[in-house]
Every structure is written in C-alpha cells, then in structure tokens.
Design a protein around this ligand. Structure first.
Ligand code: CDP
Ligand code: CDP
Length: 226
C-alpha cells in the first residue's frame, strides 16, 4: 500500500498500542508509541530521584536523554542512553507520574520534534494523545479510539493483576480516570479528538474487529486518491 501516516489517539486502555502495532504489521509500516517517550523521561526522573513536577530538572533531563524506539514484530523496544528500559517504563511508579511530566510544555516540544522526524518519510502508525491534533496534523488518516472507563479498567486489570496482586478494579478505574483528566485538562496539546479524526468506540469491539475497521478506512483513503 502507498505510504501514508496514521495517527491513533485516545485515553488510557482504549487499545491504541495493541491496535497500532497490528495495523502497522499488516501494512508493513513502522509503529511509533509516543507514550513510551513520555514514560522514558519519567523513568529517568525517578531513577535520578528528581521530582516529576520540578520543571527545570525535568526539562534538562528531557533535553539530554538519548531515547531510541526500535521497532520489532513483537512491538517496540525502548532504549534510554543505550539501556533497554522496555519493561521498566511500564511500572506503576512511572504510570503514576507520567501525566505530571507530560504537562510541561518544553518537554512536549522536545518530544514532539523527535516524533515529527520519525514520521517525515511517511509509512508510520503513531499512537498517543495529541498526534492527530498537534504532532501530525497532516496525517492522512486519524483515528480517535475510545471505550468506557470501566471497560478500559477491566482490560488493564487483566494485564496487571499478576504484577500488582493487591490492586482492585475500582482502584485501576480511579487511576485511569485521573490520568485521563490530567491529559485532557493540560494547557499544552491536551488529549482531544482532532476535528478530522474518526471516532471508534471499542467498548463492544474485539481487537481484530478494530484492526479490520482501520484497515478498511486505510484502503478507502488510499483508494480514494487522498
Ligand atoms: O498506554 P497508556 O494508555 O497507559 O499510556 P501511554 O500511551 O503509554 O502514555 C502515557 C502518558 O504519556 C499519558 O497518560 C500522557 O500523560 C502522556 N502522553 C502524552 O502526553 N502525549 C502523547 N502523545 C503520548 C503520551
Ligand atoms: O495503548 P492503550 O493504553 O490505549 O491500550 P493497550 O495497551 O493497547 O490495550 C489495553 C489492553 O486492552 C490490552 O491488553 C489489549 O489486549 C486489550 N484490548 C482489548 O481487549 N480489546 C480491544 N478492542 C482493544 C484492546
């Protein structure tokens, strides 16, 4: 298929990374998980025992970090200054602090510049919160994935219950709702559905139905000569 850029945005647990990776594999495109970049900065801040809301410190770290996203069939590996942090950046501590780090406008500017570069040759499926609205406003296809907060919490619960034995579904639902609110209410490039994005509510859809729907939309775009 002709190379286009596809932006996938939405709240936590909507299925963005799972769906984006599968769509990219189907099309032979590169998958870019921008949340991993915000998580990598947050992980470094915690490693250095700095405070996630100390803007000067966070900006200095974001500026000098060498963050590399290495695409693979199983997903994307994430390296920070040469160290593989793919698993570390998914910790509860990082998840609990990432939305504070991502409020900082200068951090967003630094990471957005890197994201634009990754997509400059097209053939990219990029997921995040502000991809269609801000990072790739010219993406040929924009999807806004969502699902009820309960469904999103249930999906996450299945993933984390082995590692966080004490966590309850209600607690995860509160954590997700808080992160969504911080992402939606921040001043700089908040989580928002771009005016030209297609809304897909996946509450009642399984993964392959969502992937198939997006592939159909891709074919329609490319076939339609856009
Ligand atoms: O996978 P999950 O929904 O848990 O989150 P993620 O995509 O890994 O993103 C983690 C956090 O990074 C989000 O809650 C946002 O605070 C921030 N983020 C952002 O601000 N802008 C993006 N383009 C991507 C992520
Ligand atoms: O990246 P994001 O936080 O939006 O979500 P994800 O990490 O891709 O998906 C969260 C979980 O929901 C994963 O375990 C997916 O397998 C699952 N999922 C699902 O059960 N049904 C869907 N339609 C989409 C995702």
């Amino acid at each position: 298929m002709e190379k286009i850029n596809i932006a996938i945005d939405g709240p936590a647990g909507a299925g963005k990374s799972t769906i984006a990776r599968l769509v990219a594999n189907e099309l032979g495109f590169v998958y870019v998980d921008t949340g991993a970049m915000y998580r990598a900065v947050t992980w470094s801040i915690l490693q250095l025992h700095l405070q996630p809301d100390q803007e000067t410190d966070v900006i200095a770290v974001a500026k000098r970090l060498d963050i590399r996203l290495v695409p693979g069939q199983e997903g994307q590996q994430v390296f920070v200054d040469g160290r593989d942090v793919t698993a570390d950046i998914r910790s509860a501590a990082v998840t609990g602090n990432v939305s504070r780090v991502s409020q900082i406008a200068e951090v967003r500017r630094i990471l957005t510049d890197k994201q634009k570069l990754l997509a400059q040759d097209k053939g990219v499926v990029m997921d995040g919160r502000d991809i269609g609205s801000h990072v790739l406003p010219d993406a040929e296809l924009k999807i806004f994935l969502t699902a009820s907060v309960r469904t999103r919490a249930e999906r996450r619960y299945k993933e984390v219950r082995d590692d966080r034995a004490d966590v309850t579904l209600e607690q995860l639902e509160r954590e997700i709702a808080l992160r969504d609110r911080m992402d939606e209410e921040r001043e700089t490039s908040p989580l928002v559905q771009a005016a030209d994005a297609i809304l897909l509510d996946t509450t009642e859809m399984n993964i392959s139905q969502v992937v198939e729907r997006i592939l159909e939309l891709c074919r329609a775009k490319v076939g339609g000569g856009k």
